[in-house]
Ligand binder design. Structure first.
Ligand code: KIV
Length: 273
């Protein structure tokens, strides 16, 4: 295998082919340095519209724009070389028509170089997914709890409490699958419903607050690193960066105030030449 091949990124068909036999490891990324740290360990990096809440302090993802996704998508592409990079189509950039979705997806792919886009697959989005796929744009669907629908749902609420909710999530997943999505994020649903969806669709499912039976898992990186005080029930923390950062900054502030920083090792001693 040539070094060029060894360095090439994973592709959408390679991710799709993992269904049922090799778990797909996914995380979110929004910046180049974080993408560089994650890239050797994950199969898929999602530039999620969660960036609005995680980095920009927005209350929901509804305020995220296509321009924001372009900037963060470019950064993640610069920082990574191996993982498949998927960028979210934000609220308002794809729902009006397949043509609107196509224009937004082309903007994202041209300006960032990302290999695929993700859409929240509510009813009616299936037509858009097949329109994009037929035109060479790999699509990841997103069913169950759909954060862009938070104003309709009245909050971020897990799905699967009623037969109607279960039927709706299953219908969204089947339609997304038939439309040609190469993977489907299943978010915030009862575990047995996630299992049913995983069995019912050909595309691999990527769970978040779903089930270990999903074909892959995704979490928000900042959540697993412990950068937030509060995290949803489905997050497992693998670090406590909040504490680490707080301690480091306290030490820095103490050293500046005491005059201990900068010390001689941190000073330039340049001779006039
Ligand atoms: O925006 C996002 O980060 C997402 C994942 C949490 C699946 O959609």
């Amino acid at each position: 295998m040539s070094s060029h091949n060894q360095l090439r990124r994973l592709t959408a068909p390679e991710i799709a082919a993992r269904k049922g036999h090799e778990k797909i490891v996914c995380l979110t990324a929004y910046t180049a340095p974080m993408a560089e740290l994650l890239d050797p360990h994950v199969d898929l990096l999602l530039v999620g519209d969660s960036v609005g809440m995680v980095l920009h302090g927005l209350p929901t993802t509804v305020g995220v724009t296509l321009e924001m996704m372009v900037i963060h998508g470019q950064a993640v592409m610069r920082g990574s070389s191996r993982a498949l990079v998927v960028v979210d189509l934000p609220f308002g950039s794809y729902e009006r028509s397949p043509q609107q979705a196509h224009k937004s997806a082309v903007t994202l792919m041209r300006k960032t170089g990302c290999q695929a886009v993700k859409v929240e697959s509510g009813e009616g989005v299936a037509e858009t997914i097949s329109f994009l796929v037929e035109r060479g744009i790999p699509v990841v669907g997103h069913v169950g709890l759909r954060p862009q629908a938070t104003n309709v749902d009245g909050g971020f609420k897990a799905k699967g409490r009623s037969t109607a909710e279960r039927e709706r999530a299953m219908a969204e997943a089947r339609a997304t699958d038939r439309a040609g999505a190469f993977a489907i994020v299943v978010e915030g649903v009862a575990a047995d419903l996630a299992d049913e969806i995983t069995r019912a669709v050909d595309a691999p499912t990527i769970g978040i607050g779903a089930s270990p039976q999903c074909d892959g898992q995704i979490l928000v990186t900042d959540d697993i690193l412990g950068l937030f005080d509060w995290t949803p029930k489905f997050v497992r923390r693998y670090g406590n960066l909040r504490e680490t950062i707080s301690q480091a900054v306290q030490s820095y502030a103490r050293d500046v105030r005491s005059g201990d920083f900068p010390g001689t090792a941190e000073l330039y001693t340049l001779k006039i030449g």
